[in-house]
Design a binder for this molecule. Structure first.
Ligand SMILES: Cc1cc2nc3c(=O)[nH]c(=O)nc-3n(C[C@H](O)[C@H](O)[C@H](O)COP(=O)(O)OP(=O)(O)OC[C@H]3O[C@@H](n4cnc5c(N)ncnc54)[C@H](O)[C@@H]3O)c2cc1C
Length: 303
């Protein structure tokens, strides 16, 4: 198995931000993943929803990129945790199955997408999810979780803690009309191209979650934050809930901008936005205070 000590994580993330990580492993099989899992701190997929610190990261990380098997049995699709959304969307289309059109052009892996209950264009992971094999780090056993056990919510599931690791999962789609599926896939890809930043500029998708019955992008736009810059980071000019890495941004640049976004919305609308992205960095660093400021409210809500 590929294991690197003092590994530069930057180019493995969609933000293209990050420093040196103590150790990073890339297991080739689920058995290899299980053999090391209790010695590692975090399991990540495609790193499309994370901001790594640009400073040294004193953590051991598993990246599931090589666990990317997919098989189809009738209307059912079985995926390993590292399989990427677009691969599954393509297989579903080839087999005239509807339910994965939203995954066309989607940068996540199934482990991350299940954890976050990824959704777009009126479809979500929870809609077609049947069950998953999950490793319980506390009890050190593999469990089978059905849909109810997953407790899917908005950008949330029971996996969104450090206790459970998704190994593989089964989804059940519906037979559909191939031309209609293809049309929807193309429409979704076009939507992303015109409304969201291209991955040419590093980004991690939406920065904050939508508050209930509102949109974080709308509130941030009303605060005139589009195109606001900090170092090499900039709020995307077409959608104020995206930050792009336009010129070698650091994690501090992004966290400083996030603080500005959070404070302006709080000041103007008394709404405390909750980050959708996750920050991976050392609690002892100065920049960690920036993260703490914007997550204070979400921690209180979780208590
Ligand atoms: C351009 C762009 C557009 C985006 N658009 C959308 C969108 O429309 N809708 C949406 O919902 N999100 C969107 N995102 C955000 C992101 O793609 C999703 O949150 C995705 O689900 C993250 O998947 P990932 O594999 O990259 O997860 P990572 O970023 O690698 O990890 C995210 C979380 O999942 C956990 N995780 C990863 N793998 C496992 C596993 N095997 N077992 C347990 N936990 C695991 C990690 O520990 C972490 O907590 C977008 C991001 C980008 C960059």
């Amino acid at each position: 198995m590929e294991v690197h000590n003092n590994y530069n994580i930057k180019n493995d993330t969609t933000f293209r931000i990050g420093g040196i990580v103590e150790a990073v492993a890339f297991p080739d099989t689920i058995e290899e993943l299980l053999s090391i899992i209790n010695n590692y701190d975090i399991v990540l997929g495609n790193c499309s929803n994370v901001l790594f610190s640009s400073e040294y990261i004193n953590k051991k990380i598993i990246l599931t990129k090589k666990l990317d098997k997919l098989s189809i049995d009738g209307n059912k699709i079985l995926v390993q945790c590292g399989t990427k959304g677009p691969i599954a969307a393509k297989s579903a289309l080839e087999n005239s199955l509807t339910g994965f059109e939203f995954l066309a052009g989607f940068p996540g892996s199934f482990g991350g997408m299940i954890c976050m209950n990824a959704s777009a264009h009126n479809q979500s992971i929870a809609d077609t999810f049947v069950c998953a094999r999950v490793y319980d780090k506390e009890e050190k056993i593999i469990k089978n979780f059905d849909k109810d056990s997953m407790k899917f919510g908005y950008r949330n599931s029971i996996i969104n803690s450090s206790r459970y690791i998704v190994l593989d999962a089964i989804f059940e789609l519906k037979k559909g009309n191939k031309e209609e599926i293809e049309e929807l896939v193309n429409r979704n890809i076009e939507f992303r191209k015109t409304r969201q930043p291209s991955l040419k500029y590093g980004n991690a998708g939406s920065i904050f979650k939508n508050p209930q019955n509102d949109s974080a992008g709308r509130l941030l736009d009303l605060c005139n934050l589009k195109s606001e810059k900090e170092g090499g980071a900039m709020i995307f000019e077409k959608h104020a809930n995206f930050i792009i890495n336009y010129n070698n941004a650091t994690s501090k640049d992004v966290l400083t901008l996030m603080n500005k976004m959070y404070s302006k919305v709080k000041e103007k609308y008394t709404i405390e936005l909750i980050p959708e992205i996750k920050y991976i960095g050392d609690i002892k660093t100065e920049e960690y205070r920036l993260w703490e400021t914007i997550t204070e409210n979400s921690k209180i809500q979780q208590k």
